[in-house]
Design a protein around this ligand. Structure first.
Ligand SMILES: *Cc1c(COP(=O)(O)O)cnc(C)c1O
Length: 395
């Protein structure tokens, strides 16, 4: 029998929280002591602290990232009759958020190398009804701020960033969330900064947008029992904010760990480029927040790229057999999801997004992933490719 090595998980939240356990428990006890569970002191502290590290002015905590997009767009005055441009290859919450704002989503394709929204395609999709663009800083890599600002300026568009995967990411001197009028973050447990449950935030430079959001998340009431908006109940719990206050000072260090891990992967995977294994390209250097480390397993001969001997599913099975957890972010683009057929898109509409969905594989990525583990992951990848190539040759 082969000796079974310990499982390498896809993320390890226990390892992240264990050293902070006492601090977190104390923070929760403090909230219980004060009893201000809803819109309490820890929430106000976290809103200010998080907006400040993002180099924005106001933070408004909401129940989750999806609500941050929906309510954030609404607070920016986006709604019925407005068109909003977003990429087809994102987590479904981006699309759900846009739809819930009342606006009409207009999907566009992405770039093959970075998997980020194709801004040339976005420009072509602009109509007189286009009011906003929602760039998604996918996998932790920011869409170019200068190109976004150019586009927004030329066509008088609002930029509303989906920064749910890009806490503290940086590019061209901008922090994620500070490029446009407002931005949405998620504190889902597995994000770069995660709560012990759901959470989200909108950050904005604009005082009136912030005020509108404080009303919208609180039944549309700027003051108690007086309703100026048809709002909802969507607040970041004070207890979650207290936990996030404990975790926030570690975020920059955790992100540095992620960049270090990605550097290791990038170096070790270089010899495999010739075998059809291509990491998603990093165009923003150390500012990448590396929420995910994603490779492409190239399976069709496109752009003159080498083709991999194994397909993505076979490779993922090899990893699973060696107790290495991987993920696919995401296996089906938004426009092909059964729930959104009414938007009228069809297979073939966004060929790059569709191909990437077949090729991408996310490798384990979390602060604390060791050099030894990284080497084992790459060794398994290498061995799978060599065995498969040898089989093909001998066949
Ligand atoms: C996680 C995520 C969201 C939504 O956040 P929730 O807190 O889960 O609602 C939105 N957009 C992207 C790109 C995400 O990764």
């Amino acid at each position: 029998m082969q000796s079974v090595s310990a499982t390498i998980p896809f993320v390890d939240l226990l390892a992240q929280h264990q050293p902070l356990q006492d601090q977190i428990e104390q923070a929760i006890r403090d909230v219980m002591q004060r009893g201000d569970y809803v819109l309490g002191q820890a929430l106000r502290e976290f809103e200010q602290a998080f907006a400040a590290v993002c180099r924005s002015h106001h933070g408004i905590g909401v129940a989750c990232g999806t609500d941050a997009i929906a309510l954030g767009l609404q607070a920016c005055g986006i709604g019925k009759g407005d068109e909003v441009i977003l990429p087809a290859n994102t987590f479904i919450a981006t699309l759900i958020g846009v739809l819930r704002s009342g606006a009409t989503p207009v999907l566009v394709d992405c770039e093959a190398k970075t998997a980020l929204i194709d801004l040339a395609a976005a420009e072509k999709a602009i109509t007189p009804k286009t009011r906003a663009i929602v760039p998604v800083h996918l996998y932790g890599q920011m869409v170019s701020p200068s190109l976004l600002l150019n586009l927004a300026h030329t066509y008088d568009l609002m930029i509303f960033e989906d920064a749910a995967q890009a806490h503290l990411a940086e590019r061209e001197g901008y922090r994620a969330g500070s490029i446009g009028v407002a931005a949405a973050f998620s504190f889902y447990p597995a994000k770069n900064l995660g709560a012990l449950g759901d959470g989200g935030m909108v950050i904005t430079h604009d005082e009136s947008v912030a005020q509108k959001l404080r009303s919208l998340r609180n039944y549309g009431a700027p003051r108690k029992y007086f309703h100026t908006d048809q709002g909802t109940n969507s607040r970041l719990d004070t207890i979650q904010a207290a936990v996030l206050n404990v975790k926030l000072p570690y975020l920059a260090g955790w992100n540095r760990d992620r960049v270090y891990i990605a550097d290791q992967y990038n170096t070790l995977l270089k010899p495999l480029h010739a075998h059809g294994i291509l990491p998603i390209q990093n165009q923003c250097g150390k500012g990448h927040a590396y929420h995910l480390y994603v490779i492409r397993v190239v399976t069709e001969n496109r752009d003159g790229l080498p083709v991999c001997a194994l397909d993505r599913e076979a490779l993922q099975a090899q990893f699973a057999q060696q107790a290495i957890q991987t993920g696919i972010h995401y296996p089906l683009p938004c426009h092909l999801q059964p729930a959104f057929q009414e938007l009228g898109y069809r297979a073939g509409d966004f060929p790059i997004a569709e191909t990437l969905c077949q090729e991408i594989l996310s490798l384990p990525m979390y602060p604390g992933l060791s050099d030894l583990q990284i080497h084992r992951i790459v060794d398994v990848l290498e061995a799978s490719l060599i065995v498969q190539s040898a089989l093909k040759i001998s066949a």
